[in-house]
Ligand binder design. Structure first.
Ligand SMILES: Cc1cc2nc3c(=O)[nH]c(=O)nc-3n(C[C@H](O)[C@H](O)[C@H](O)COP(=O)(O)OP(=O)(O)OC[C@H]3O[C@@H](n4cnc5c(N)ncnc54)[C@H](O)[C@@H]3O)c2cc1C
Length: 333
């Protein structure tokens, strides 16, 4: 979402990764006890951006949340303590192992606590922001028809909308964009890779956890005894249907983390827009700035998006070079 100097946002709201996502802004990689890539810049920018967005739409966007990593052994306890002492991680990982007092959670080796994590309700945010833009007559909910786009070196026209630039921020939908001349997996050189993620929504009245639990899967409290659990990973899978296979896989992993009963009440899916080198795709593929892309947000798009959008804006409006690592031109044919 780029809001600065926005003239029109055109999208299909009920599709896409954002609405399905867990909404977690986690500064760390809890599989390996490492900081996420570029985490300090992304987290700081995200906090400022979402605060300002909250003021615009008159609604809180981010809430602080505890993430508790279930430690699986004494070795993991030691690794956690070593990690929590490291330079960047010391601001995000509490050095004290939390004792588990919840009998519904299986964590005999205790829990590692992540500090400075936050959570949002992505679907609610999309809806509210859509309403905000609608009031200003800046939102169209429709399928974009690429045939109707006219591009010159200095301007674009889409039906009766005239603008100086168009930014394509279409997530995995970009694979249908004729201006996206990058190899798409499973064809070509597999630069852009769709990765399907599924969550199950469970009801578990005895779980009573306010913290997000991280073990083989993530368990995200939604309120009213509901939890979002997952997610699965399906490389090269662009299908959007919920599958029994993912439900069973996630349920089996969950059963290793909690000992109370649960029932599956819903399942959601989305396609992560991931890239071969795990870095985003920002900027222009061709010489003109009329057409640009903000994509490849991968598994952590909610934290990265404000910073990446800032880089794109600075490039388009102020000619500030996009960092090479994220510049889409690295894959230009
Ligand atoms: C299951 C799952 C869990 C995740 N959990 C997290 C998490 O906890 N934290 C985190 O930071 N990230 C998470 N992610 C990743 C995150 O959701 C993505 O990185 C991010 O949402 C990508 O945003 P995007 O705007 O690029 O794409 P999308 O959210 O997919 O948005 C693209 C939009 O463009 C629209 N569109 C596409 N083509 C067209 C067209 N031709 N015409 C009109 N509209 C079009 C789509 O309908 C959609 O609304 C998760 C992803 C998945 C799938």
């Amino acid at each position: 979402m780029i809001t600065a100097n926005l003239s029109w946002l055109l999208t299909v709201l009920n599709k896409g990764a954002t609405k399905a996502s867990g909404g977690v802004l986690n500064p760390t990689v809890l599989k390996r006890f490492t900081p996420a890539w570029n985490t300090v810049e992304f987290v700081l920018k995200a906090a400022t951006f979402y605060e300002s967005l909250a003021r615009d739409i008159g609604q809180q966007v981010l809430s602080g949340v505890a993430i508790h990593r279930i430690l699986a052994s004494v070795e993991e306890q030691n690794n956690w303590m070593v990690a929590s002492d490291k330079e960047i991680l010391s601001r995000f990982l509490s050095p004290k192992i939390v004792k588990n007092n919840n009998t519904a959670i299986s964590a005999p080796f205790g829990l590692g606590a992540v500090t400075q994590a936050s959570i949002m309700r992505p679907y609610n945010l999309l809806k509210t922001y859509q309403d905000f833009l609608k009031k200003q007559d800046q939102f169209i909910e429709a399928q974009f028809d690429y045939q109707e786009l006219i591009i010159t070196k200095t301007a674009v026209q889409y039906k009766d909308i005239k603008a100086t630039k168009i930014v394509f921020a279409e997530g995995s939908g970009v694979v249908h964009n004729p201006y996206f001349t990058i190899d798409v997996s499973p064809h070509g050189k597999k630069v852009f890779v769709g990765n399907k993620g599924e969550y199950i929504i469970i009801k578990a009245p005895e779980l009573q956890s306010e913290a997000i639990l991280k073990g083989p899967v993530m368990v995200i409290p939604l309120g009213d005894d509901l939890y979002k659990v997952g997610a699965s990973y399906g490389r090269d899978d662009y299908s959007t249907n919920a599958t029994l296979g993912a439900c069973e896989e996630i349920s089996a992993k969950l059963s290793k983390m909690i000992s109370c009963d649960f029932s599956v009440v819903d399942q959601v899916t989305g396609i992560r827009p991931t890239v071969k080198d795990r870095k985003p795709l920002v900027g222009c593929l061709h010489s003109t700035k009329s057409v640009s892309f903000l994509n490849g947000l991968g598994t952590r798009g909610l934290t990265m998006a404000p910073s990446l959008a800032g880089h794109l804006y600075d490039y388009l409006e102020n000619d500030v070079q996009i960092p090479e690592l994220i510049d889409i031109k690295r894959f230009a044919l």
